[in-house]
Design a protein around this ligand. Structure first.
Ligand code: DLL
Length: 445
């Protein structure tokens, strides 16, 4: 077995053993944990208790995993309405950490951890990094933001738990990131995919070819990204780019991760129970169908989270994975049910635009979507950076590219969009999650 760990990085690591539990054992463990967390939430969280009572339910009603569908959902506004501490199930003396996520509007949401919760988080983040092929001996540059955002500390504890060397550099100061990456012989980086693309651009400005460094693996998440973006990253940097998923309400990063097969994200099911529901009705979706991911944190103590509506759209894959893990996978998350916008009666998701843009040669993976309203009519403009070669071309290839992009967008979206081609480095970069959509419709008539 030892030999196998050494020769198949990313396939098996002792820290990831629970990912290989035989299914009957896993389901039994999940049921026990579900019963315990429902009991705890009922006893300690007023909102959950009254919702169960309204339905005439008691914790004893959960007799099988299928009974989960009778339990009430928890939604983001529940966290806002009970701000800051209304959903906590532990007294403050037992809470060792608070994080908060600002979201896009209004009050932040606050999440809490006991010492045990931090241990679980460390373990699932260790399993995440192991699934991405990292081990003791790796030097991990952690460029997720440290602070109230869960990315920085989540990855940090996971990396230390695994016994790897962690560099807590946080996001930003890109020139220093590149220096550290080279001088400290970094083997893996954790950050948002959009920030890594920015880092690659900057490295190229500085004359540094990432392929000449020791960097082998990227652990990317916290925002949607597409296969074309992965192809771009892997081609330019020569690393393997993995997708990891999580959200503050459930624990932070560490809910699900890709493995060496890069074909869907394994959910750490002994701690997080996934369901897919129809986003419009909340009814369970048919097996394998796409819908909204609903998660139950089976072991979260400070802040139990039962049937949380993530608004992330995906599907559950049940067929076996080449890595041998038994835990189920979710398909890569391309969109959220709430990031859709409507233009002249047509539903548009930013991911559709990204896919249409990046398949066309000459574009760079930096774009912004600008929504405006003119004389009562909504307009969609897509600004996209093009390569220096295309941008400096004086022989009309810009016009040609513009026309091709407009056609591609029209075919994908079913509506005419304006395309504005801009030079490299024109679109603002972010150190964390990229801001793709700028909606100016309510600022104008
Ligand atoms: O973004 C936690 C995280 C940190 C995940 C670092 C991965 C890496 P929040 O700020 O609460 O937490 O945002 C959670 O981000 O509901 C998704 O909409 C989105 N998201 C996170 N990971 C992915 C991903 C962190 N891999 C929200 N693909 C989630 C697509 C993602 N969307």
């Amino acid at each position: 077995m030892n030999e196998f760990w050494d020769t198949a990085p990313g396939c098996f690591h002792p820290a990831s053993a629970p990912d290989y539990l035989p299914l009957p054992q896993m389901r039994e463990l999940q049921l026990r944990r579900l019963q315990a967390v429902v009991r705890r939430a009922y006893d300690k969280v007023q909102l959950f208790r009254s919702r169960l009572e309204e339905r005439g339910l008691r914790p004893e009603c959960v007799r099988s995993l299928d009974d989960i569908v009778h339990l009430p959902f928890t939604v983001k506004t529940d966290l806002r309405d009970t701000y800051p501490f209304g959903l906590f199930a532990s007294p403050m003396q037992e809470i060792v950490r608070l994080h908060a996520s600002s979201g896009t509007t209004g009050k932040p949401i606050v999440v809490a951890y006991t010492k045990d919760d931090v241990e679980v988080w460390t373990s699932v983040m260790g399993r995440t990094l192991a699934a991405c092929g990292l081990h003791k001996g790796d030097v991990i540059q952690n460029a997720y933001g440290y602070g109230l955002f869960t990315g920085g500390l989540g990855a940090h504890y996971g990396a230390e738990g695994l016994g790897a060397t962690v560099i807590p550099i946080s996001g930003g100061n890109t020139d220093r990131q590149i220096m550290v990456m080279r001088d400290f012989k970094v083997t893996a980086i954790c950050c948002t995919p959009s920030y890594f693309i920015h880092l690659l651009d900057r490295a190229s400005d500085l004359g540094v070819d990432i392929r000449d460094l020791s960097l082998k693996i990227g652990v990317f998440g916290a925002e949607p990204w597409t296969e074309s973006m992965r192809r771009h990253i892997q081609a330019v940097s020569g690393i393997k780019a993995y997708d990891i998923y999580g959200l503050s309400e459930i624990i932070g990063p560490g809910v699900a991760s890709e493995c060496c097969c890069q074909n869907g994200l394994h959910v750490f099911e002994d701690h997080f129970f996934p369901e897919i529901v129809d986003p419009a009705t909340g009814e369970p979706a048919p097996e394998g169908a796409e819908g909204e991911l609903v998660l139950t944190a089976l072991t979260k103590y400070a802040m139990p989270m039962i049937r949380y509506r993530t608004r992330d759209i995906t599907a559950l894959e049940t067929e076996a994975c080449g890595c041998g893990r038994t835990v189920r996978r979710i398909r890569r998350i391309g969109r959220r049910s709430d990031d859709m916008f409507i233009i002249r009666g047509i539903n548009v998701f930013p991911s559709q635009i990204e896919t249409a843009l990046l398949t066309i040669e000459g574009t760079l993976p930096h774009y912004q979507i600008i929504l405006t309203r003119h004389k009562g009519l909504d307009e969609l403009e897509v600004q996209v950076e093009v390569t220096p070669e295309v941008f400096s071309d004086k022989v009309g290839s810009l016009e040609d590219l513009n026309a091709r992009l407009m056609r591609a967008l029209e075919q994908t979206l079913g509506l005419r969009a304006m395309v504005r081609l801009v030079g490299p480095r024109s679109i603002p970069r972010s150190e964390g999650k990229a801001r793709r959509v700028i909606d100016r419709r309510n600022m104008q008539d």
